[in-house]
Design a protein around this ligand. Sequence first.
Ligand SMILES: Nc1ncnc2c1ncn2[C@@H]1O[C@H](COP(=O)(O)OP(=O)(O)O)[C@@H](O)[C@H]1O
Ligand SMILES: [Mg+2]
Length: 601
Amino acid sequence: MPPMGGPGGRGRASMEPRKPKNTKAVIKRLFEYVGKYKIKVIIALTFVVLRTLSTLAASYMLRPIINNYIIPGSGTQMLGGLAMGLAVLGSIYLINIICTYGQSKLMIYVSQHSIEAIRNDLFSKVQKLPVRYYDTHSTGDMMSRFTNDVDNIGMMLDSTLVSLFSGTIQLIGTMAMMIYTNIWLTLITIFFIPIFTKAGGTIAKHSRKYYSAQQAALGSVNGYIEEMVTGQKVIKVFCHEDQCEEEFNALNQDLRDKQIKAQFFGGIMGPVMGNMSQVSYAATACIGGILCALGRFDIGGLTVFVNYSRQFSFPISEISMQVTNIFSALAGAERVFAMMDEAPEPGDVENAVAPAHIDGHVVLDHVTFGYNPDKTILKDINITAEPGQKIAFVGSTGAGKTTITNLLNRFYDIQEGSITIDGIDIKNFKRDVLRQNIAMVLQDTHLFTGTVMENIRFGRMDATDEEVIQAAKTASAHSFIMRLDKGYDTILESDGANLSQGQRQLINIARAAISKAPILVLDEATSSVDTRTERHIEHGMDRLMKNRTTFVIAHRLSTVRNADAIMVLEQGEIIERGNHEQLLAQKGRYYELYTGLKELD
Ligand SMILES: Nc1ncnc2c1ncn2[C@@H]1O[C@H](COP(=O)(O)OP(=O)(O)O)[C@@H](O)[C@H]1O
Ligand SMILES: [Mg+2]
C-alpha cells in the first residue's frame, strides 16, 4: 500500500525529509524500544548467522565431493557422491528453514511489540498536547506520523535490519571462503569490487532520488483526491468539475513519470549487478581453468569458487538497496520522536486546588490575550458574573467571542490580567477539576463513532440511561432521537454525518445538559437550529441555565435578550455593556444589531 497523503495535500510535507537530521540520536532512541527484547534479537541474529554460514558451508562441501567421488569416477563412487551431495543439501535446507522460521518469528515479535509501544507513547502524547498544537498542525501530518512513519519503522525492524545483517555476514563469509579456497582467484574478484560498489551505489542513489520524488508526487495526488472527495459538494455547486479533472490529470501525469523512473531504477539493480557478476564469473572461470590445467588448482575447488564469485554481488546490491529503506525509516522515526517530544500542556501548579464545590463566581479582570503574543486579540476585558447569572456576548464574526471561552477553561493561558472562579485564579486550579466544572457546547461540534446514548453520556460518564434521556429532553433532542432507526441505540458515524447540523447541535447541548458543572458555556449552540425549534428548546435551555453561571454566545438576539448582562464585543474590546433595555436605550452598536436582526428573527 502506498502511503496516503493527508487531507488538503498536506501529506506532501510529510514526504520530504527522507534523511534523518540526527541519525545517531534516532537510533539510540529506537534501541530503547528494541532493547527490551535484547535476548530475542540476539537469538534471531544467531539464526541469521547460522543460516548464512550453513549456506556457505554447504557450497564448500561440493569441493571434496567432486574431488573425491565424482572425478575419480567409477559408477558406484559417483552414486555415493551424489547421495552425499543430496544429504548435505537436504540438511542445509532443513537448517535454512528452521533458521528462517525462527528468525522471522522472533523479529516480527520484536518489531510489532516495539511499534506497539511507540504507537502507545505517541497516542498518549496526543492526549496531552495543548490545544495550541492542534490549532497549528495539520491533521494529515499527524495522521501520517501514526501510519506511514510507524509502519516504516516496523518494516525496518522486522525485515530490513535482518537483510542488512545477513548481507554483511554473507559478504564477509563469502570473502573468507574465497580467500580460503584460492587467494589468486580472490584477488581477481577483489579487482571487481570497486566496480560493483560503484555501480550499486550509483543505481541506489538514483533510485533513492526518484523514490523520494515518487513519494512526494504520491502525496500530492492523494492529498488532492482527499480534498476533492471531501469538497465534492462545493465543487459541484461551483461547477469546478472540469477544472478539477485537468488539475488532477496534471498531477497524475507527474506521478506517472516519477513512478516510471523510480520503478526502473528500483528494478534495474538486480539485473545489472547480475550481469556484472557474470563478467567476474567468466574471468575467474577462465583463469581458474588455466590454473587447473597447470595442476595448480583442483576442479572441485574451482566449482566452489566460481559459485562463490557469482553470489558475491548479491549482498552488495542488497545492502545498497536496504540503505534507502533504512534512511526513510529513520527519517520517519525522527518525525515520530519529534512529536513525542512536543511540550505537553503544562502540568498543574504546585499545591493546585480542587475545591469540592464551586458556586460559579467568575471574574475576568483586565484580561489581555493574543494567540501570538505580538498580535493582541482581546484587549482589557473586564467581566464579573455572579453565581447563576447569564452573561451574553454579541458581536461580529472574528470579534473574539470564541476566544473568551477558550480562556475560561485554559485552552490558552492569558498574557495579562487574571481570571478567577470563586476568587481563585484559574491557573491555581487542577486543570481537570477546572474543566469538569465548566460544561461547554463548542462552536464546532464533534460526535464520536458510537451510539447516541454513548455520545450524550460523554458529558458525564456515570450518568444513567434515564439521566441521558432526561438531558436529551432538556435539549429537545428526545423527539428526533426517538424517530431515528434505533432510537438511542442508533450508531452515529463520521461525526454524525447521518444527522442534520441542527440535530448534531441538539445532541451537543444534551451532552452539556447532563453535566452537573456550575458553569455553562454555549458558543453559538443553536446557530443551525431553526427559530421554531429554538423557541421550542428555550424552555429547556432556561432549565439548563438555571442555577448555573452561563456564558452564552448567540447571533440571534432572542437568545440573549433576557441575559443579566450583554457584552458587545468588537475587535477584541467590549464596546458596550448592559442589559437589553439599557443597550437599546443607548442606540449604539447593540441597537443597530438588534434592529437589523429583529427582522430576521
Ligand atoms: N487558534 C487560533 N490561532 C490564531 N488566531 C486565532 C485562532 N482562533 C481564532 N483566531 C483569531 O482570533 C480572532 C477572534 O476569533 P474568534 O474568537 O474565533 O471570533 P468569534 O467572535 O467569531 O468567535 C480572529 O481574528 C481569528 O482569526
Ligand atoms: Mg466563534
